[in-house]
Design a protein around this ligand. Sequence first.
Ligand code: URA
Length: 484
Amino acid sequence: MTAVQNVSFGQHYTVRLPAPDDFAFWRERARQLVRCDVPPDRVSWVEPGGTGDLFAQEAPAGGDKRLPLPDESAPHPRASKRFLTVAANAALHSDPQRFALLYRTLWRLQSSPKLMEDGADLDVRRIEELAKEVRRDSHKMHAFVRFREVEDAQGSEHFVAWFEPDHHIVRANAGFFMRRFANMNWSILTPCGCIHWDGETMRESGPAKRSDAPQGDPVEDLWKSYYASIFNPARLKVGAMLSEMPKKYWKNMPEAELIPDLIAGAQAREANMVDAGALEFEDKPETLDAIGTAIERCRKCPIGELENRAVMGEGPRRAPLMIVGEQPGDQEDQGGRPFIGPAGQLLDEYLERTGIDRSETYVTNAVKHFKYVQRGKRRIHQSPGAKEIDTCRWWLEAERDIVKPRVILALGASAARSLIGKTVSISKVRGEPIALEGGAELWVTAHPSYLLRLDGDARDKQAAMFAADLAAVRERLEEMEDVS
Ligand code: URA
């Protein structure tokens, strides 16, 4: 840790945040405290209205005269991009412990720079959970704010909406509404502060009550055109839409009459968008880290809306062999790594027996989120649909562009589809390489979880074929090495 002269032993500090969503303020003070080597258990983070530590040195909101100052030579703290992205969202959560959690994690990152990749770490998991809940709240705000028209004191039209967020997301989403309704005068009233736009400037004011907002029907035409313009077919999630906005309420919503047509046209529009490369993430990320960050936010299909995390592929950036599975299972979702559950253990066993070193192989999945249905406490695996596989293919291709494997081994039909673009029968395509665009060679075999479901002779037979497929891949890699 850093060399610091001015932190007395055992000193506690309280940092008072000027606003509950002031991530920039937290970030500055956190950097200062890390540079001064102040461990997490000696800092209290207090948001407006919260109580501090009676015996602490106080840093008044907006001023930090009593916080220690770092030595000029003290190194600047390191924080991965991934941490900063997730932390900026998590900081907007209503959990009073969030700033302490973020500081503890920033502190730990100094000695474990890869901490954010440890999906089993409780702090990392909690930050990701907070960030996810905040994203969901923002999504609700975008989807459910309803403007009503009123006349202001000058007799001009003004649009007012009431919204009750669960987290401190209002200011962070002001830009979204400003861009959507740039030419209107509008106000969004909430119990934790309001935002107002007059076509030129954004203004904030204190909390409002529901009774401050006009009642009555939302402005139909305005709302319909807004809804049609924000409707992104690539994000069409009928399941999520039905659970958040049950059909029985549609009749009260002016935009509802558009929904059947929009859904009907969605597939065609999505295909056009994919062709035009205009899906939500316009530019393919150029590093594996960037893909890892982006897939966490991906909602191109409904699987990302479930209570799960995105599981990124892992392995060397220039691995000669890429192994592609179907999707993370329950254990992969919890651990944040591909193929670590029962199917992964079986795969590891066969790889080892065949002489393929997993640590030199890039292992990933066709679909990056775990698809399941909840039965009591259990999450039961559901195979991804063709459309979900095809949508997620965008990410697999981004991984392929970077890793540039010479050989790809697809485990099972979903993986094969994500590479060939159509459904094939494993028994017909196994044992022979398929040339892929871009130069890689594709080999297809069964998924190890298929072997786990069999027993007796059937299992022995499939296991022998699986071992033979892996051996063929190893030989092929050796041949390629010999000629290069
Ligand atoms: N099955 C898969 O296809 N992938 C995993 O990561 C785990 C199980």
